[in-house]
Write a protein that binds this ligand. Structure first.
Ligand SMILES: NC(=O)C1=CN([C@@H]2O[C@H](COP(=O)(O)OP(=O)(O)OC[C@H]3O[C@@H](n4cnc5c(N)ncnc54)[C@H](OP(=O)(O)O)[C@@H]3O)[C@@H](O)[C@H]2O)C=CC1
Ligand SMILES: O=C1CO[C@H](CO)[C@@H](O)[C@@H]1O
Length: 331
């Protein structure tokens, strides 16, 4: 069996999560099985999936191959999936995970997240719309959804449960009611949207932040050719060349092990992150980030990238009329 060099973080329930994982949104069937196999061969042990990515079976094929050839055992892996917005009714939360586990071919998931606080109309369509193209929502309160998540732990279907795309008020509402505390809040995080306030808020409550789209999600479906790209930013490129690293490595290092000023003290960001790639060279490059340190001067430059909410790429403004839309407040 091959040991991994990726550091692990301890979650508030005592379980461990590798600080770096492989993202799988937009990874096509036909590519993702290979990407997962390559990642595990290279030392990744954390894979971030979701029901809504519609590729769980193929992700699972990659995992199965690596368990079968003896590279890893199931218990060496940290697998995440996410309860989609159409499954926010309590009973559906459990059913959705059972269906997902069948697709993964496993009997428990390491981490099950509420993908968004916003519920959508139940049914087979993941993005339901009426005949005028208006999105159709459900009014299930995410507190009910959380009860379903807790049941998944009770039933042994999920080892840990958490949130994704929840703002500070929504996190506190869950904490006030939770029998089982969320271990993470997975949110977009880049130098454009460094989430310093949400990070401090989550740290105070023992909730680990996980950064999604750490490279600025250049392959997001709504990207326009004229949009700026973070990995091509001249300042990021300049910093990268100083260390003999790539822009992607600087952006990943920024999350996992860089410092920031919080209330007059310097703290490590220590944010877990899940860059997506289906390219073996990138998958390898993205994990080679634990052998250099960004200087205070370079961190100051990256701090200057902060655009607040305007820096958000996964803004999903098309759902902004949802009562639980998370991005109307500062953090
Ligand atoms: N909870 C949530 O709501 C969300 C969760 N996520 C999760 O976070 C993951 C990562 O975010 P995502 O939006 O996919 O975007 P990322 O910021 O991870 O960027 C992915 C893109 O960057 C490219 N890339 C990867 N590594 C490198 C490299 N070293 N050099 C140059 N280009 C590189 C990839 O190319 P290629 O693949 O062609 O190799 C791909 O086009 C998702 O896949 C998903 O698992 C993302 C969005 C929302
Ligand atoms: O993970 C995700 C990727 O982006 C999508 C935007 O439609 C969402 O489904 C989800 O947040």
């Amino acid at each position: 069996m091959v040991a991994s060099k990726i550091p692990v973080l301890k979650l508030n329930n005592g379980k461990e999560m590798p600080i770096l994982g492989l993202g799988t949104w937009k990874s096509k069937p036909g590519e993702v099985e290979h990407a997962v196999r390559d990642a595990i061969d290279l030392g990744y042990r954390h894979i971030d999936g979701a029901i809504a990515y519609k590729n769980e079976e193929e992700v699972a094929e990659g995992i199965k191959a690596k368990i079968q050839d003896g590279t890893v055992k199931r218990e060496d892996l940290f697998l995440t999936t996410k309860c989609w917005n159409t499954y926010h009714r309590k009973e559906m939360v459990v059913k959705a995970l059972r269906d997902s586990l069948k697709r993964w071919g496993i009997d428990y998931i390491d981490l099950y997240l509420i993908h968004w606080p916003m519920g959508f109309k139940e049914g087979d369509e993941y993005f339901p719309k009426d005949e005028n193209g208006k999105f159709l929502y459900s009014d299930f309160d995410y507190l009910e959804t959380w009860e379903g998540m807790e049941e998944c732990v009770d039933l042994g279907l999920a080892k840990s449960i958490g949130l994704s795309n929840f703002n500070s008020q929504q996190v506190d509402r869950v904490l006030a009611k939770a029998r089982i505390k969320p271990v993470v809040n997975q949110v977009e995080c880049t130098p454009w949207l460094p989430q310093n306030k949400l990070l401090a808020f989550c740290k105070e409550r023992g909730i680990q932040m996980v950064a999604y789209s750490p490279l600025g999600s250049p392959d997001r479906p709504w990207a326009k050719p004229e949009d700026p790209t973070l990995i091509n930013d001249p300042k990021v490129k300049e910093i990268a060349s100083k260390y003999g690293k790539s822009p992607a490595q600087v952006l990943i290092r920024f999350q996992v092990c860089s410092c920031l000023w919080l209330q007059f003290v310097i703290v490590q960001r220590g944010i877990a992150t899940i860059p997506k790639s289906v390219t073996r060279e990138y998958i390898q490059e993205n994990m080679e980030v634990f052998d250099f340190e960004l200087s205070a001067d370079d961190m100051t430059i990256l701090d200057g990238f902060d655009q607040g909410g305007k820096g958000r790429i996964c803004h999903v403004s098309w759902y902004s009329d949802h009562p639980y839309f998370p991005f109307h407040i500062e953090f």
